[in-house]
Ligand binder design. Structure first.
Ligand code: HSE
Length: 429
């Protein structure tokens, strides 16, 4: 075995960073045997050096992250701080000083992955980020390497544990959104400010990363259509159940039917109880990949948490260290298809629309005419009357999202339609 250790620096030492440090320290011999040389922790950049971090050597802590990445003798920098700046500058500086980077930073990769990849190539180093999407679940490497010879057409997944926990609670207990969110917060699943999760920003960043890799193109978070779960009601969940469905927050990345573009979107949707994603409970993640030769693959596991995320970081760290030893680099960005990202209006999907209408002759015909005018075909209609008013649930066949959304706008203008109680897409059939 080579005697010079591989020098690794850590940027950030919170929940994930502490676990990464613990595994590097406690599994040192195994990691050395797998890599071919030992790992030496060269420094850990933190904001609060006086915070107690069990098992983290205090003498390695520094508040000067920039000085750490500029040392010039680092083999790999592990970034688990998150956010855009100063992390982008720290990562590019690490590249400029010859270090490969392992990052868990979905926001940065989804905003600016292309320029980071270009910088890594320019300096002959690796950029790995398995931990950025779905925690411990191996997804980036399978998409980039195992499926490199196949053609992926669709990625459909639950990539946010907090929203899955909330929707699962609403389904299993009949609770409303706020009550389920309170429980998720009390149990530590939701953060004090849950915006990134419940409004879909976290899932959209992950969808952008997955779409880019799956379709060998470039997709940023700005290309991803995003809708959160804050408007999902107990009535939506109950209505889904009546259809034999569950409501899940999905990230969906698809190649268009003609293969000339891709789409990426994140929104709550009804999926049939028979779909494998319906069995994903609590805060678990799962991603369904449909590839031409492989068929349908499902990846399942814990999508967050210190140890699971550290597992993904360590996998990347071992790969980056092996490459350093072999004086090579691994598979980098593959964006050769340059497929454009189409707007949400082009996505072909189904709608479940719940309307409050006047219960009198001709109303159903009026509503049906609006659908026909927009060339949207109705699959089923269910009506329940109550005191001169009725609740009308219409499920459509597949149609372009733009046509479905124009249908809803026209329905809102009908005098006989008192209100649109809910609109939800139906997926996974
Ligand atoms: N907050 C995320 C989730 C985990 O709830 O899944 C980190 O991406």
């Amino acid at each position: 075995m080579r005697t010079r250790p591989l020098k690794v620096a850590l940027l950030g030492c919170g929940v994930v960073g502490s676990e990464v440090t613990r595994i590097i320290t406690t599994q040192a011999d195994d990691l050395a045997a797998r890599i071919g040389a030992p790992i030496e922790l060269a420094g850990i950049a933190v904001r609060r050096p006086n915070r107690v971090r069990e098992g983290v050597p205090a003498d390695l802590l520094t508040t000067d992250a920039m000085a750490l990445v500029k040392r010039g003798d680092l083999d790999v920098v592990v970034e688990v701080i998150g956010g855009i700046e100063p992390v982008r500058t720290l990562i590019t500086t690490a590249f400029e000083h010859g270090a490969s980077v392992v990052s868990a930073n979905k926001a940065l990769l989804a905003a600016d992955g292309a320029s980071l990849h270009a910088k890594a190539v320019e300096h002959g180093v690796d950029l790995y980020y398995e931990a950025a999407v779905a925690g411990a679940i191996p997804l980036i490497r399978p998409l980039r390497e195992s499926l490199a010879g196949d053609k992926v057409n669709r990625v459909l997944g639950i990539v946010n544990g907090t929203t899955n926990f909330i929707l699962d609670k609403m389904d299993s207990t009949g609770a409303g959104y706020s009550e389920a969110l309170d429980e998720a917060t009390a149990l530590g699943y939701a953060e004090a400010d849950p915006t990134a999760d419940v409004e879909g920003f976290d899932a959209a960043a992950k969808a952008a990363i997955l779409a880019g890799i799956a379709f060998h193109t470039r997709v940023t978070i700005d290309d991803v259509h995003r809708e959160g779960i804050t408007e999902v009601t107990a009535a939506d969940i109950a209505s889904a159940r009546k259809m034999g469905c569950l409501v899940k927050m999905l990230a969906i990345c698809e190649r268009s039917a003609d293969g000339r573009s891709v789409t990426a979107r994140v929104h709550p949707a009804m999926i049939p109880l028979s779909h494998p994603l319906a069995s994903v409970r609590e805060a678990y993640n799962a991603v369904f990949v449909e590839a031409e030769a492989a068929g349908r693959l499902m990846f399942y596991g814990p999508g967050a948490g210190g140890a699971p995320t550290a597992s993904a970081v360590l996998g990347d760290l071992v790969a980056a260290c092996r490459n350093k030893l072999a004086a090579t680099t691994g598979a980098g960005e593959s964006a050769y298809t340059q497929l454009p990202v189409s707007p949400m209006g082009d996505v072909v999907t189904r709608y479940h629309i719940s309307l409050d209408v006047a219960d009198k002759p001709g109303v159903l015909a009026q509503v049906a005419t609006v659908f026909a005018e927009h060339d949207v075909s109705i699959d089923t209609v269910r009506q329940q009357g109550k005191d001169g008013e009725a609740s009308l649930v219409v499920v459509t066949h597949r149609a372009p999202d733009a046509a479905l959304s124009a249908t809803v706008s026209s329905l809102r203008k009908l005098d006989t339609v008192r209100g649109v109680a809910s609109i939800m897409r139906v997926e996974g059939e």
